[in-house]
Design a protein around this ligand. Structure first.
Ligand code: ZN
Length: 261
């Protein structure tokens, strides 16, 4: 049983006994872990209030090889997520980042790029960054890193390029755009505008910060959120807990000049 060190985000905490907590952490080096924090609910503990939801900590834990919970021995607060205290929308966006990490990743499957993206998104939310834009960027990054990215340039059925023309067929179950040849007979296909596809491509592009640029119009945005919320619910196998938050995002497109922190 080796002692491991890592940076970690607190995704979830559950009271375990009168004095202890079970925490779900998304660590940079080890991926998601579940750990017992003995004595964490005592006023004076080794964790010194570091284990709040969405806190960024430096942790030491004993890694159990079996299915048993790891044992957290130390957590030092690195940065607290403060935005929630001043803005409910930012708080929900933070919760949603935690939900995506918790629901879409497996225990012990590390994704440092996703960790870094989540930390950056929370910092953006904590500042003045646009909530709708940051949320969409986080979603597209999570989908890409975890192998669930929708195909946005090639037909998901046959691989031929699909131009983002006026209307494009998007297969929810297939996971991407469909050419006219491949569309017939498919279930759960929605028609989206080419603008929706272009916007999704911009937010999915890992090599560019163009997503911070000119925001989509309200109509494109509403359509995009509708399609993406449907796609995510299919992927999760249920409505996200933050479903209502996502619904509210559909009505509030990113505004010009708010993309940059
Ligand atoms: Zn095709």
């Amino acid at each position: 049983m080796a002692a491991e060190k890592s940076l970690a985000l607190v995704l979830r905490t559950v009271d375990f006994s009168e004095t202890s907590l079970v925490v779900t952490l998304f660590t940079r080096e080890f991926g998601k872990i579940g750990a017992l924090a003995k004595g964490a609910r005592r006023p004076k503990s080794a964790f010194e209030g570091a284990l709040d939801l969405l806190s960024l900590c430096r942790v030491v834990f004993l890694h159990k090889s079996s299915d048993a919970l790891d044992l957290l021995t130390e957590a030092k607060l690195h940065r607290r997520f403060r935005a929630g205290a001043r803005d409910l929308t930012r708080l929900y966006a933070g919760y949603y980042v935690a939900e995506l990490l918790d629901e879409l990743t497996h225990t012990g499957d590390p994704h440092p790029e996703l960790y870094d993206a989540a930390v950056a998104a929370l910092a953006d939310l904590d500042g003045e960054g646009n909530v709708a834009a940051i949320t969409l960027r986080m979603e597209m990054t999570a989908l890409r890193v975890l192998g669930h990215a929708p195909s946005l340039a090639e037909c998901v059925g046959c691989g031929i390029p699909v131009a983002p023309e006026e209307r494009v067929a998007f297969g929810m179950l297939e996971g991407g755009v469909l050419c006219p040849e491949c569309r017939p007979g498919k279930r759960q296909v929605v028609s989206v505008s080419g603008e929706v596809v272009k916007t999704l491509r911009r937010y999915a592009d890992a090599t560019s910060d163009a997503w911070r640029g000119s925001p989509p119009g309200a109509k494109t945005w509403g359509e995009l959120r509708g399609a993406l919320n449907h796609y995510l619910a299919n992927l999760l196998g249920k409505k996200p807990k933050l479903h209502d938050f996502l619904g509210s995002l559909a009505k509030e497109p990113p505004r010009s000049g708010q993309g940059c922190p």
